[in-house]
Design a protein. Structure first.
Lengths: 500, 615
């Protein structure tokens, strides 16, 4: 074994606390240490993931307390898959913002990287923990660091955005706490596997109430419709790479928590009407709102919310094909949306308001970044031969399997709007004359930022031309999510073997 | 290695080379560009045989590539046009913007069309279809003209078509577990009745959107007239034929199998007829040659679709033959407009006149293609139209004949306008400096013009591949010579028999002469000088008094009721309405934290209320 899953949480947490100390010794270390940590985390997660695929799920026990009493971490094909994406995206975000923040003074950079570390630690924690209260704690960690990152620019607008996020976050936290209390009072345990094993003994009335509060509690991070009011503001006001981190890391963790709760905790088999309904509404509202946005990041934020809705619909089908499509969509979105955010924030670097019209004709000045933006737009709207096409295809095929023609038609119609607003931006970028009066001064992209973009673009093209390179992993992850009994057995048997 | 794969690799390498090496020197770019086209065509015509089938798997879906005889007919159009237009484009595009991108994208488009034609399964068909869509999209907006309007309209109709197709493909895949076109056709009877109707309609929406069939044609004028003319020639000549190719397969192989599928055929045929009539009317009204040709393209594709939809052997043959001919003459006309625009700087009839002495060769090419377009013997368009009428009569579509005949006759008006506006009329001082287009542009046009003549006299050259294609589609004929069904071919199908035509035309001419004379005696009104109303007015400076302005006004007064209802307007107002609605949904996100908290509470209450139905 290369290391233990617990390191995935412990190291970034530790690093977050040590960064100020390092900074006292050598100021530059504030920028470098997070990179080293995230690189190591990516390596660790990837190698653990490969090990898990080849052998068996790793269940890690914290502090010697056996499940179901203590906290345990589960590193399975599903959680490993997500953790690897998250740590990798964390690394990409660091790579992008390494020099990007050079013009920011030391204090600001220190805060930025501390909170980025906490964000990654919390998100990874949400995914690999096997205990609902522990998950609640991690959700809070993510929330707090996300509020801080939203307010990074310390202006009026960003403070307002962070405050909205804070309101929603705390409301949801209380809802989540209520759900946890209901479950604990009914079943007397907080361990996910134990809850899942005993969920049938629970009073069905309480069960539904608990589920509702769970959905509400997690829904804020997962950006579902009425609870995502914070998202457009937060994505817009936060620094560009943070938008990428929100869409690539935090939203994925939120979706995971919701899905794990539905599939494993409450062990619902078959189609989940609630997820489909919520997902569809989220998708429709977000994509139609995106059509009329004037700010680039805000448009991307709505698009991100819409994609999360699509993922939820796919999960809601509850079949193997649906889960496969959902995970594939998550993967593509986790790669493509940060790519759009990062390249978009290069394009709008010198603007304060980030209006779309301010990037008119920028392709003349920043051709490579613009091409990468277009690649991202084509990929996210599902044009072949780029990555998004295969996930969209997987989604439609899953829906067709279940005979959900209405949903297929709705999603395709909504996709038309998506195409329209992305192509409007592409037109502005490439097919308008550069105008000094409207357009901003181009910013010379940093070397590291370009590498980050190239890596993402390479992945988009690789998945696009050779989808089989990732579908095997997604397949295993989908199996893992659907096999609730295996999950319960793995965790609980471990507890029993230790007793003997 | 398989030839098909080699061709793809050459295309991709050529496109990359054109783009990156083109930055070094323009000559290198042109050389790579032309070499790519020549090598791929040479490989295609010599080494690709219908027997070789490549199979491979992506995401567990079996896909397959191979050439069918039907696709071969369309591949002739694609490769033939691509080479000739490619040579033309090198000179025509000189001095325009983003040349590297243009030539690379041109190759990508050709590759996508080739891909469509060799796809034996729906998924790779769709992939190439979409590559074709976005690469053509980038051409439409390349000139930075009317980008947000015509560009977005084009992409909307592209994706409407593509998504309809995608939905059908995914339903087919999940119901039958295979995406092979062959499997779909042979298993079609196993689908439920609802699916039997839904699937072909969805597929037809997809194909009709590219072929610019009536309710889905709105994108065509803008897209055709705004792309560089060197690309429009390919766009209208070859790219739109991909829609026809798809429609041929669906109409013959699928719709045939639907109980009462007869109705789909009738509807599509009528849509084609109406498209040709309306397209022709709008073409006559245009003052800009590009838009005129764009509408004319829409109209001509209407004929082709009528032929394909009727589906009798002769109708199919005429549809396919017209497809080839339209590819040739319409590309030539677009190239002519491109040449005129390059030499004079405008493509507006009301501005340019009397070019016949300045650009004689261009005029010759235009004349030949106009004659072919109008369907006058002995050029190619005539044979196609003749067969179309003959097949319509044979299948008792008399009303449709009237529609087609109307639009075909009305087409003379815009043909005349095109010739007269640009080439004839007074020579203005303004255009005395205009010179003939460079040889590299003239030669391709002349080659095409000669082709229209050759195919008009020896149609067998193209009828034989069409014949093979039709046998592949399942048509049966005793000795496999479908052209014998028409009265105008000899036994070998390579010569046109003119006697019946001459007699018929003479008879019709005589009939109309008598009719008009009789009618004219009654209604003629001789006017006096007093009736000329404008004589007393002094025209303002900005009034355009070219003879071509307001051409054919009486005609338009006659057809005004038809042209008043423009489908674009409905689409535009629908789009505006949607945008207004979305502007409203956008306001759901008020930006106020208290509202969001309220949403939170409402959401909790709603979930609690509807918990029984939602969980």
């Amino acid at each position: 074994m290369v290391g233990s899953p617990v390191l995935l949480i412990a190291i970034p947490l530790l690093a977050a606390f040590l960064i100020p100390l390092f900074g006292m010794v050598w100021k530059e270390s504030v920028r470098i240490v997070p990179g080293l940590v995230l690189a190591y985390l990516t390596y660790l997660s990837a190698s653990l993931y490969i090990e898990v695929i080849n052998t068996d799920t790793i269940v890690e026990i914290i502090a010697g307390w056996r499940p179901p009493w203590g906290i345990n971490l589960v590193f399975s094909p599903l959680t490993g898959f997500l953790t690897t994406i998250m740590t990798f995206m964390g690394f990409i975000v660091w790579l992008y913002s390494y020099r990007f923040k050079r013009n920011v003074e030391f204090e600001a950079a220190k805060k930025y990287f501390i909170f980025l570390m906490l964000l990654v630690a919390g998100s990874v924690g949400i995914v690999i923990t096997g205990d609902i209260f522990n998950q609640f704690v991690f959700i809070e960690i993510v929330g707090i660091s996300a509020y801080a990152l939203t307010a990074f620019y310390t202006g009026r607008d960003s403070a307002e955005a962070a405050f909205k996020y804070l309101i929603m976050g705390s409301l949801s936290a209380s809802a989540l706490l209520i759900a946890i209390i209901i479950i604990y009072s009914q079943l007397g345990t907080l361990n996910m596997a134990e809850i899942a094993a005993n969920i049938d003994n629970m009073n069905p009335y309480y069960r539904i109430i608990a589920m509702i509060f769970f959905i509400i509690g997690i829904g804020v991070e997962a950006e579902i419709f009425p609870l995502n009011g914070w998202a457009p503001d937060a994505y817009t006001e936060a620094p560009g790479p943070v938008g990428g981190a929100f869409s690539g890391i935090v939203a994925k963790a939120g979706i995971y928590a919701m899905v794990r709760m539905m599939f494993t905790l409450f062990d619902i088999a078959g189609p989940m009407k609630i997820l489909i309904v919520i997902g569809l509404i989220t998708l429709i509202v977000a994509e139609t709102s995106a059509l009329r946005q004037e700010k680039l990041k805000r448009m991307l934020a709505y698009s991100s919310i819409g994609q999360m809705g699509l993922v939820l619909v796919a999960f809601g089908m509850g079949t193997k094909a649906g889960v496969f499509a959902a995970l594939f969509l998550m993967l593509n979105h986790a790669i493509t949306k940060p790519m759009l955010f990062l390249s978009g924030s290069f394009l709008t670097f010198n603007t304060t308001e980030k209006y779309i019209k301010q990037i008119t004709g920028m392709a003349k000045k920043m051709p490579v970044v613009s091409i990468i933006f277009v690649l991202g737009a084509l990929a996210i709207t599902g044009f072949p031969p780029f990555s998004g096409f295969w996930s969209k295809m997987a989604f439609l095929s899953a829906a067709a399997d279940e005979n959900l023609l209405f949903i297929m038609a709705t999603i395709l119609i909504i996709s038309i709007f998506e195409v329209v607003y992305y192509f409007r931006v592409i037109n502005r970028l490439f097919f308008f004359e550069y105008d000094d009066k409207i357009s901003v001064e181009p910013h010379k992209p940093g070397f590291n930022g370009m590498i980050a973009l190239f890596v993402l673009a390479f992945i988009v093209l690789m998945i696009g031309f050779y989808p089989s390179s990732v579908t095997g992993f997604i397949d295993l992850a989908a199996d893992d999510l659907l096999n609730t009994h295996q999950y319960i057995d793995k965790v609980l048997q471990l507890g029993q073997t230790i007793i003997q | 290695m398989e030839t098909i794969l080699t061709i793809f690799i050459i295309f991709i390498a050529g496109a990359t080379g054109t783009y990156f090496l083109g930055k070094l020197s323009g000559i290198l770019r042109s050389v790579i560009f032309i070499t790519t086209l020549l090598v791929t065509s040479w490989l295609f015509f010599t080494a690709v045989s219908p027997d070789v089938i490549i199979e491979f798997e992506i995401m567990g879906i079996l896909m397959s590539w191979g050439l069918t005889p039907l696709a071969y007919v369309f591949a002739i159009i694609v490769f033939g046009l691509a080479i000739i237009i490619g040579i033309y484009a090198i000179k025509a595009m000189e001095g325009q913007r983003s040349l590297n991108f243009f030539f690379a994208n041109f190759l990508l488009s050709v590759m996508a069309m080739f891909g469509i034609l060799i796809s034996n399964d729906l998924i790779s068909f769709f992939i190439f279809w979409e590559i074709m869509s976005w690469s053509s999209y980038f051409m439409v907006v390349l000139n930075h003209k009317d980008v947000q309007r015509s560009g977005i309209t084009y992409i909307i109709f592209c994706v409407i078509g593509a998504y309809a197709m995608m939905m059908a493909i995914m339903i087919i895949y999940s119901y039958s577990g295979s995406v092979m076109i062959g499997d779909f056709i042979s298993n079609f009877h196993a689908f439920s009745l609802g699916m039997k109707w839904l699937l072909p309609i969805l597929l037809l929406i997809g194909f009709a959107s590219k072929a610019a069939l009536m309710p889905l044609h709105v994108w065509a004028p803008g897209a055709y007239s705004n792309s560089p003319m060197s690309y429009t020639a390919l766009f209208s000549g070859a790219l739109s034929k991909m829609g026809v190719y798809g429609m041929v397969i669906v109409m013959i192989m699928i719709v045939q199998q639907i109980p009462d599928g007869y109705w789909i055929k009738e509807v599509i045929a009528w849509l084609g007829g109406i498209t040709s009539a309306i397209g022709t009317l709008w073409a006559i009204k245009q003052d800009d040659a590009k838009r005129m040709l764009a509408y004319s393209s829409v109209a001509q594709l209407g004929y082709i679709i009528v032929g394909v939809a009727i589906g009798t052997p002769l109708a199919m043959m005429s549809g396919l033959f017209l497809a080839v001919m339209h590819g040739i003459f319409k590309s030539t006309l677009f190239m002519v407009v491109g040449a005129i625009e390059r030499q004079t700087g405008t493509s507006n009839f009301t501005e340019v006149t009397g070019l016949i002495r300045k650009m004689p060769w261009t005029f010759l090419a235009a004349l030949m293609s106009i004659i072919a377009l109008a369907g006058i013997p002995p050029l190619g368009g005539f044979i196609g139209k003749w067969m179309l009428y003959e097949s319509l009569m044979g299948s008792n579509h008399y009303l449709l004949i009237i529609v087609i005949f109307f639009s075909s006759t009305a087409a003379f008006l815009y043909c005349y306008k095109f010739l007269f506006g640009f080439f004839l009329g007074q020579e203005e001082k303004e255009w005395s400096h205009v010179k003939e287009a460079p040889a590299m542009m003239v030669v391709p046009m002349i080659i095409m013009a000669i082709l229209t003549f050759v195919l008009g006299v020896f149609p067998g050259l193209i009828l034989k591949p069409i014949n093979d294609g039709m046998q592949f589609l399942g048509y049966v004929s005793t000795d496999n010579r479908f052209w014998e069904m028409s009265t105008i071919f000899n036994d070998w199908g390579n010569q046109v028999v003119m006697e019946p035509i001459v007699y018929t035309i003479f008879a019709i001419f005589l009939f109309f002469l008598i009719f008009l004379t009789l009618k004219g005696y009654k209604n003629t009104r001789y006017v006096t000088t007093k009736d000329i109303s404008s004589s007393g007015e002094i025209p303002r400076e900005d009034e355009n008094l070219t003879f071509i302005t307001g051409f054919m006004q009486p005609f338009f007064r006659a057809v005004a009721p038809v042209m008043k209802r423009q489908i674009d307007k409905y689409y535009t107002s629908f789009g505006k309405g949607l945008e207004a609605l979305f502007d409203f949904t956008r306001r759901i996100y008020t930006g106020n934290g208290q509202t969001y908290a309220l949403y939170f509470v409402i959401f909790v209450i709603l979930l609690l209320m509807f918990r029984d139905s939602l969980f």
